[in-house]
Design a protein around this ligand. Structure first.
Ligand SMILES: [Fe+2]
Length: 464
C-alpha cells in the first residue's frame, strides 16, 4: 500500500512544470521528425536535374516535381487550412494541381496528365515546400494545446504519407530513367556500409531455401493500437491459419532464370487466365527492366545497367508472374495472415531505403547476419531472411477490409478504404521503403499486373 499523498505547493509546482516540458518535448520531437522526413525527400532528389523531375513515363508514374508538391499540399490542406485561423494559400490553384485522389478535398487534375504540367517549375515547387515548412514551423512554435493531439495525429499521418511518396519517387524515377537508352545513373553504386549484407559473387554461396513449418492456429491479425498504423491494418481480429510452411528467403534471380529457361512465360498451365492474357498482350518474357544481351541477362538498376546478379532476390515481377513461378515450383504464394504470423518472430531490420543502395541485395550467407533471425515458432532452428526490406512480397490475399473495418468520414477516410477492390496485399517493405515506415501489420497493395515497384516472391506450401 502506498503512503497517503501529501500535496504541497512545491509538489504542485513540480507537477505543473512536468506537464509543460513534456508537451514542449513532444512538439520538439514532432518538429524534428517533420524536418527529418522533409529533408530526406529533398536529399533523394539531390542528383536529379530539372529535366528528370518533370517526366511522366506512364500513367502510374508521377513526375518527381509532382511528388514534391503533392506531399506539401497534404500538409497545407489537412493541417494549415484546418488549424491556422485565417490561413490563406499563397497560390490557391495548387489545390487543384496537387490533390491526388481526395474527392472530399475538392476537384483535381488528371493523374495521367501530370507530366504535361511545366508550371509551376521545379524551383517554384521547391519554394512551395519551403513556404509550407515554414508555416508548419510557425504552427508548432505556438501550438494550441487543446488541438495539439489532433494536429499531431494528422502531422504523423502526413509524415508517413511523405515516406510513401519517397518510395514512389524512387520507383517512379527508376521507370523514368529506364526509358532512356543511355541508362542514366540515379545514384552510383557505393561501397556497402559495414552493417549491410555481404554480397556473394559465387552462386554456390547462396543460402539454400528451406521451408519452416507452422501448425494450425487461430492467430491475432492486425495492429494492436500501440503507435501509428494505417486504418487498413485494423481492426485487430482473430483468423484461422491452417498449417502451412513458409520459405526462409525470397526467390533469387538465378531461381527465376530457371523458370524462364523452362519456358515458364510460354506455358499457360502455370498462369492465371488474366495473367496469361497480360503476358501475351504485353509480350513479357522476363521481369521488368531485364534485357538480354549476347545471351546474358542484364537489368537496369538505379546505379545503371548491370549484369543480373543471380544471388539477388528477383524483383519487378507482377502478381501474375509471382503466382506462375510458384505454380511452376510446386508451391504457392503465402496468405497475408501466414506472412504476418511468421513475421512476429522477425526484427524489423533489413535493406531499406535508409541504406541508400536502392537495390535488393543477396540473402546473407552467414547465420544470424543482417536480416536473419531464428524463428521461435516452431523453434526448429530455422531462420527467416529478408522478411523486411529488399523486396515487397506478394501475398495471395486480396486487399479487403478486415472484419469491422469502416473508413473514417471525410477526405482522410479516402486514404485506404476506397482502394479495397481488385488489388493484392504485399508485405515487408523494400529497398525503397523507409525503415521507420513499415510494420509487421503493414498492408501494401497493388493491382496484379503492376511491376514497377520493388516486388518479389516468397513461397509457401500447404501442409497436409
Ligand atoms: Fe499521396
Amino acid at each position: 500500500m502506498s503512503p497517503p499523498s501529501v500535496e504541497t505547493a512545491s509538489t504542485t509546482a513540480a507537477a505543473d512544470r512536468s506537464i509543460f516540458p513534456v508537451s514542449e518535448s513532444q512538439v520538439v520531437r514532432l518538429r524534428d521528425r517533420f524536418h527529418q522526413i522533409r529533408k530526406f525527400t529533398n536529399a533523394l532528389c539531390a542528383g536529379l536535374e530539372p529535366e528528370d523531375c518533370v517526366v511522366q513515363s506512364m500513367p502510374d508514374v508521377s513526375p518527381t516535381k509532382w511528388h514534391l508538391a503533392h506531399t506539401t499540399w497534404f500538409f497545407e490542406t489537412f493541417i494549415l487550412k484546418k488549424f491556422v485561423p485565417g490561413y490563406r494559400a499563397e497560390i490557391p490553384e495548387y489545390a487543384y494541381l496537387f490533390n491526388s485522389y481526395y474527392n472530399a478535398a475538392g476537384d483535381m487534375h488528371r493523374r495521367d496528365l501530370r507530366g504535361l504540367i511545366s508550371r509551376p517549375t521545379l524551383s517554384q515547387a521547391k519554394r512551395y515546400r519551403a513556404s509550407i515548412d515554414s508555416h508548419i514551423d510557425d504552427l508548432l512554435s505556438s501550438p494550441d494545446e487543446s488541438l495539439l493531439d489532433e494536429i499531431e495525429q494528422i502531422l504523423v499521418l502526413g509524415i508517413h504519407h511523405e515516406q510513401q511518396h519517397q518510395e514512389l519517387l524512387v520507383t517512379d524515377i527508376k521507370h523514368v530513367l529506364a526509358q532512356n537508352p543511355l541508362y542514366p545513373v540515379f545514384r552510383a553504386a557505393t561501397t556497402r556500409s559495414p552493417s549491410a549484407p555481404k554480397i556473394s559473387k559465387d552462386g554456390s554461396a547462396i543460402r539454400p531455401c528451406q521451408f519452416v513449418q507452422f501448425d494450425e492456429q487461430i492467430a491475432e491479425i492486425g495492429h494492436n493500437g500501440d503507435g501509428f498504423a494505417y486504418d487498413n491494418e485494423g481492426p485487430r481480429h482473430r483468423a484461422l491459419v491452417p498449417a502451412f510452411s513458409l520459405a526462409t528467403r525470397p526467390i533469387t534471380n538465378g531461381e527465376y532464370i530457371a523458370f524462364i529457361e523452362d519456358n515458364g512465360y510460354s506455358r499457360p498451365e502455370f498462369w492465371l487466365s488474366l495473367g496469361w492474357m497480360t503476358v501475351n498482350e504485353q509480350r513479357w518474357n522476363a521481369p521488368l527492366y531485364w534485357i538480354k544481351r549476347d545471351g546474358a541477362w542484364w537489368n537496369f538498376t538505379l546505379s545503371g545497367l548491370r549484369r543480373v546478379d543471380q544471388s539477388e532476390p528477383v524483383t519487378h515481377v507482377s502478381y501474375f508472374e509471382a503466382d506462375a513461378y510458384a505454380n511452376w515450383a510446386g508451391a504457392r504464394l503465402p496468405t497475408e495472415f501466414e506472412w504476418e504470423r511468421a513475421a512476429l518472430s522477425c526484427p524489423i531490420e533489413g535493406n531499406f531505403v535508409d541504406t541508400e543502395l536502392f537495390h535488393p541485395v543477396p540473402c546473407p550467407v552467414a547465420p544470424n547476419a543482417f536480416g536473419a533471425v531464428s524463428a521461435d515458432e516452431p523453434g526448429k532452428g530455422q531462420s527467416f531472411h529478408q522478411m523486411f526490406g529488399d523486396v515487397w512480397e506478394w501475398t495471395r490475399s486480396a486487399y479487403s477490409p478486415y472484419p469491422g473495418y469502416r473508413a473514417a468520414p471525410g477526405a482522410l477516410g479516402e486514404y485506404n478504404g476506397k482502394f479495397m477492390c481488385n488489388q493484392y496485399v504485399l508485405r515487408g517493405g523494400s529497398c525503397a521503403t523507409s525503415r521507420t515506415h513499415v510494420r509487421r501489420t503493414y498492408r501494401n497493395f497493388f493491382q496484379p499486373e503492376k511491376r514497377w515497384q520493388f516486388t518479389g516472391i516468397r513461397l509457401a506450401r500447404d501442409l497436409a
